[in-house]
Design a protein around this ligand. Structure first.
Ligand SMILES: *Cc1c(COP(=O)(O)O)cnc(C)c1O
Length: 356
């Protein structure tokens, strides 16, 4: 793939924030972006790295009406020795292709887009923040751009990658959050698009998240759509429980997003010799277990926070405190180890980090 390079004029270049404290997640973007187009009969073409800026599309562009799209989220890190690395980036593009299949989008050549991403990263490497716990968030996206409002598979697409420097998720230390189990709304149904990282899933979740926030909870824990009984996941994180010393997470049934952090926690847990299970977990099992002490930890896992300990679960108006409400030892161990690999403080026996 040939990539055209159009650099921003020196007087167009922005100045990366000097410190990431106070920078709101996802509000600042680097100087450049990668774009390429797809058309029936032509495939992917017009690959270009160009100055970050508005996209030109008609109001009839199909994605604006029917949300035929896919996105991804991954991060670039500066290690303690000053090296720049990505964390399991091929897994993100593999997942993007699985989303693409479900949403009838054209698939990507994983090695080609990874090479394009690395070229973009090298050009904007001055934007990878260096303070502890910071990173450069990367957002690859595919949208349907055919100018037509009839519902069908689009014949034209745009793929782009934009990048945003982000501060440490935990600025006041690694603290547990309060989450609300909803039995009023559901996120995804069997046969639907729950496993796809596609816009509609998130649009549909905003109301539940808003109501939970108004009641003092940071996120919603979703139950299965059929029985409203089995645990699925949290907002943009998968969820783990420590039950009688065993690490347990809901199995992937098609309505849960298959997180790369989830996969990494499972692999690391097995590597450490922990007992690990992927299975159905009912909300009753969790609440009973918290009360009788067999559930000792609950934590979320996702790229943004890496690990997010849960201190309180609220269900049908009752609050239930997990253990003593403090961060558990396994949550801490996973957090320290995963961030340790990402920032080059820990050995990387699995080859998860990739320099650029
Ligand atoms: C992205 C996402 C996750 C976490 O996936 P990671 O690859 O670990 O970042 C979990 N659930 C939902 C709904 C998501 O969108």
């Amino acid at each position: 793939m040939e990539i055209k390079l159009r650099k921003a004029d020196p007087d167009q270049l922005k100045i990366p924030p000097e410190t990431m404290s106070g920078v709101v997640f996802g509000t600042q973007f680097t100087d450049h972006m990668f774009c390429m187009e797809w058309e029936d009969g032509k495939g992917w073409h017009n690959a270009e790295i160009k100055p970050y800026g508005p996209l030109l599309m008609e109001p009839s562009a199909m994605v604006l009406h029917y949300a035929q799209m896919a996105f991804e989220g991954l991060k670039a890190y500066q290690t303690d020795s000053g090296e720049h690395v990505l964390f399991r980036p091929r897994e993100n593009f593999k997942r993007m292709n699985r989303t693409a299949q479900r949403m009838c989008l054209p698939e990507l050549d994983i090695e080609e887009v990874l090479a394009a991403l690395k070229q973009l990263l090298c050009l904007d490497s001055g934007w990878v923040p260096h303070e502890s716990g910071t990173s450069l968030y990367i957002r690859p996206t595919i949208v349907a751009t055919e100018e037509a409002i009839g519902l069908k598979v689009s014949s034209k697409y745009l793929f782009f990658i934009i990048m945003s420097p982000v501060g440490p998720y935990y600025s006041q230390g690694f603290y547990p959050v309060k989450i609300m189990v909803t039995d009023k709304y559901v996120r995804a149904v069997p046969g639907g698009v729950g496993y796809a990282k596609t816009g509609g899933n998130y649009a549909a979740s905003i109301l539940a998240e808003k109501e939970a926030k108004e009641m003092g909870y940071t996120q919603v824990l979703w139950l299965d759509a059929v029985e409203r009984r089995y645990i699925e996941e949290v907002g943009a994180m998968n969820i783990f429980f420590v039950i009688n010393g065993e690490l347990v997470t809901p199995q992937l049934t098609g309505s849960i997003l298959p997180g790369i952090t989830r996969m990494s926690v499972l692999e690391l847990g097995k590597h450490w010799g922990l007992k690990v299970a992927e299975r159905r977990i009912s909300i009753d099992e969790v609440l009973t277990g918290i009360k009788d002490g067999s559930v000792t930890e609950v934590f979320g896992a996702g790229t943004a926070a890496v690990i997010s300990p849960v201190g309180v679960l609220s269900y049908k108006g009752d609050e239930c405190q997990v253990g003593n409400g403090k961060t558990g030892s396994l949550a801490t161990r996973f957090y320290e180890h995963l961030t340790g690999i990402q920032y080059g403080k820990e050995a990387d026996p699995f080859g998860w980090v990739e320099p650029f």
